[in-house]
Design a protein around this ligand. Structure first.
Ligand code: PLP
Length: 435
């Protein structure tokens, strides 16, 4: 916690008063704090966004990594350019071509995960007090990066078709009227984290047009774009307006997050500054990890593997939606994602998902409470459930436990005692206007 008078062992912090003002915006993410408890084996964790790695060819990857060190160790273990390895940047362009992006390797910068891309973009564009508009809710790691550079995130409403263009117009107008400077739109157009929704095709050009007309740069964060369950790949925002979109990509969800390899594709002048910022942050991204990713892309059927990841996640999404339908008490609604990792659940009035979390963990199920995904205190009746990591059986069991916890919440226990037994029939997917 910034300016917290105590350290995390309860003692006074002798450095208080020395910290830079920007540390005031650095607060522990509710989700990170959860990882410790949620990773106990008896807890079904529906909290984290950890990909399912068991489908990777580990023996083959081990052999390849060993060969890279044995045969090219003097390169693999050496410093390299902050821009990223040229071959990998070419391969990244092939990956992005699947989403209609026509990129030149020179305009790609390899980063330590897309999280670092976010940090670098915030570093380049955000002065204290600048406004970043973003979906409400938004990816918690992005909120952390913008807070670290003292930018204020203004949320734009989201419905079942993604970011609402009229909401974006209104947010920009309001900020302008208040004399604020809006620098960026931060958006996750595909299989959004945490809401699971996807920006409708018809809205993409509209959102881009609004931003261009307002002089706002678009930051398109797209780690899940290739994980659509219908196999259809949506055109990246970048493909529609390359000069006004900075695209963040990642191998974390389609290959391996532990390698920490992501990238930024930026208009050329921005790319030049990004390389300088990357240099001062880390000198260069890890050479060995870049070579492992590059070799994987060159020698493995990575498209086929993404195909099988889609199948696995679709089965888990189905298991979760079926279990929600079967177990959750009346008054709960949720989104139905077409890809990615997450379902966004709305609980009945009177239930506070953050306050309920310790009771859920005691009942051996964990989720991510909604408030962490907003900067304005909203989200207390929302939670994010991830279906990416547990097996379908564990997902079912987790939702069953969660339902029991919800039903025991005073607000629900009273309501169901008054209403008597019986469930509402029919699916309860969240109404499109109500994300
Ligand atoms: C929307 C979004 N952006 C960025 C990231 C960070 O990914 P990476 O592992 O590439 O840093 C995540 C991870 O969950 C995410 O969901």
């Amino acid at each position: 916690m910034g300016h917290c008078p105590q350290d995390d062992r309860g003692g006074p912090d002798p450095h208080l008063g020395r910290y830079a003002a920007r540390t005031a915006g650095m607060t522990a993410s509710e989700i990170r704090a959860l990882f410790a408890v949620a990773s106990r084996p008896e807890v079904v964790s529906l909290a984290g966004g950890m990909p399912h790695l068991a489908a990777l060819p580990l023996e083959e990857l081990a052999a390849q990594s060993a060969r890279i060190i044995a045969e090219e160790g003097l390169t693999a273990l050496q410093y390299a350019s902050a821009h990223g390895l040229p071959l990998l940047r070419e391969q990244i362009c092939e990956v992005m071509a699947l989403e209609g992006v026509a990129a030149r390797p020179d305009d790609v910068v390899v980063t330590v995960g897309s999280q670092m891309g976010l940090d670098l973009v915030a570093r380049l564009f955000c002065d204290p007090g600048d406004v970043v508009v973003a979906e409400g809710p938004s990816y918690v790691g992005a909120l952390g990066s913008f807070a670290a550079y003292q930018a204020e995130v203004v949320h734009v409403p989201v419905d079942g078709h993604g970011l609402v263009p009229d909401g974006l117009r209104a947010a920009l107008r309001q900020a302008r009227n208040a004399g604020r400077r809006v620098k960026l739109l931060y958006t996750v157009p595909n299989f959004h984290n945490p809401s699971g929704v996807t920006l409708a095709a018809g809205r993409r050009a509209e959102v881009l047009e609004i931003c261009r007309a307002s002089g706002v740069l678009v930051v398109e964060d797209n780690p899940y774009g290739l994980l659509g369950f219908d196999g259809r790949v949506r055109p990246a925002l970048h493909s529609l307006d390359p000069e006004n979109v900075v695209y963040l990509g990642s191998f974390s969800k389609t290959f391996a997050p532990g390698l920490r390899v992501g990238w930024v594709l930026a208009p050329h002048p921005v790319r030049e500054k990004l390389v300088l910022a990357a240099e001062s942050a880390m000198l260069c991204p890890p050479t060995l990890n870049q070579m492992i990713v590059s070799r994987y892309l060159a020698t493995q059927d990575w498209r086929g593997r993404i195909e099988s990841f889609r199948e696995i996640y679709r089965e888990r999404r189905d298991a979760m939606l079926d279990a929600l339908e079967e177990y959750l008490p009346p008054g709960c609604t949720w989104t139905e994602p077409d890809g990615g990792f997450y379902v966004w659940v709305k609980v009945p009035e009177g239930v506070d998902t953050k306050a309920m979390l310790p009771r859920a963990v005691a009942a051996r199920v964990a989720y991510a409470p909604g408030t962490g995904f907003y900067t304005n205190g909203l989200g207390s009746r929302r939670m994010r459930l991830s279906y990416c990591y547990p097996t379908p059986e564990r997902i079912r069991e987790g939702v069953r436990r969660l339902a029991a916890v919800l039903e025991a919440e005073p607000a629900l226990a009273h309501a169901s005692a008054a209403a008597g037994p019986g469930r509402t029939a029919g699916r309860r997917a969240l109404a499109p206007e109500a994300v």
